[in-house]
Design a protein around this ligand. Structure first.
Ligand code: F6R
Length: 247
C-alpha cells in the first residue's frame, strides 16, 4: 500500500500513532512489543512525536524491545556519528525504555566475531517472537537498512560494504567522505521481511526518483527496496514531494 500525506510532519505523526497503537495493544495483552528501528533524518519526526506521546499522553515504553537496523563498522558507541548516539539523543534518552531492551548492532566487534554476533542478533529477534513492526527509510541507492544493490532477498544480519553514493550522502555527518566508514553491520533483507508489519518512509524531492523505482520498478537486487513489492505487509508512507514521480 502507498499512502501520500501533504507533508512529512503529518506523515510522521501518523506513523508514530501506528507505533503507539502496537505498543498499547501489546501492553493490553501483557506482551512485549518488538520494534525494528531506523536512523537517519527520515524518522526524526516520528521519534519526536513518540517522545511527545510519552511526555504528554502517558505512552510508556516499559514493555518495548527494540532492534536497530544497522550501525557503521567500525564505530565506537560514544562517537558523535554512531547510531547509538543518534538513538539516545533522538529517542531513548527521552522515554522510559529499559536500556536492557535496546539492541543496536555492535560497531566495536573484532572482525573474527562479527559473523557469530550477527547470527545471535537474528536469534534474539526470533526468540522474542519476531519483529511486530519495522520502520525503514530508503537510501538513494535503493538500500533498506544498509542492504545495498546486490543484496539477496533472503540475506540475514551481516557485515556489508557501503555503496559510494551512500558514503557521499553521509559525508556531511563525518566532515568529509574519506571519514565515512566503508562498512556497516545491517539486518538483512530477509530479516526485515520477517517483520509482521513494515513501514517505509520517504520525504522530499531528493527521494522521488528512488521511490519511483522502489514502488514501480522491476523487482531486482539492483534496487533492494523493490523486494518490498513482494510483501503484503508493507506500507510506503510518503510526503507529496517524495511521491511526485509516481505515475
Ligand atoms: C538507517 C538506514 C538507512 C536510512 C537511509 C535513508 O538506519 O538503515 O537505510 O534509512 O539511508 O537515510 P535518511 O533518512 O538520512 O535519508
Amino acid at each position: 500500500a502507498v499512502t501520500v500525506y501533504p507533508d512529512q510532519h503529518v506523515a510522521s505523526v501518523k506513523v508514530a500513532q501506528r507505533i503507539a497503537e502496537v505498543i498499547r495493544r501489546k501492553q493490553e495483552e501483557h506482551q512485549k512489543a518488538v520494534l525494528g528501528l531506523a536512523t537517519g533524518v527520515t524518522p526524526i519526526g516520528v521519534y519526536n512525536e513518540l517522545v511527545r506521546l510519552h511526555k504528554e499522553d502517558g505512552l510508556s515504553f516499559r514493555n518495548v524491545i527494540t532492534f536497530n537496523l544497522d550501525e557503521y563498522y567500525p564505530m565506537k558507541p560514544d562517537a558523535a556519528q554512531s547510531y547509538v548516539t543518534f538513538m539516545n539523543e533522538n529517542l531513548f534518552n527521552h522515554i522510559d525504555i529499559d536500556p536492557q531492551n535496546v539492541h543496536i548492532p555492535d560497531g566495536t566487534l573484532a572482525a573474527d566475531d562479527v559473523a557469530e554476533w550477527c547470527l545471535e542478533y537474528e536469534k534474539q529477534i526470533e526468540a522474542l517472537g519476531g519483529l511486530d513492526l519495522q520502520i525503514l527509510g530508503i537510501g538513494r541507492t535503493g538500500h533498506i537498512g544498509f542492504n545495498e544493490p546486490g543484496s539477496a532477498p533472503n540475506s540475514g544480519t551481516r557485515l556489508v560494504t557501503l555503496d559510494d553514493l551512500t558514503r557521499a550522502d553521509a559525508a556531511r555527518d563525518f566532515g568529509g567522505k574519506a571519514n565515512v566508514p566503508t562498512k556497516a553491520i545491517t539486518m538483512g533483507v530477509g530479516t526485515i521481511f520477517k517483520a509482521r508489519e513494515i513501514i517505509l518512509m520517504a520525504w522530499s524531492k531528493k527521494k522521488a526518483p528512488i521511490i519511483k523505482k522502489a514502488i514501480e520498478g522491476e523487482i531486482s537486487g539492483e534496487v533492494p527496496a523493490t523486494y518490498l513489492q513482494l510483501s503484503d505487509n508493507v506500507e510506503f508512507v510518503l510526503d507529496q514531494d517524495a511521491a511526485s514521480d509516481l505515475t
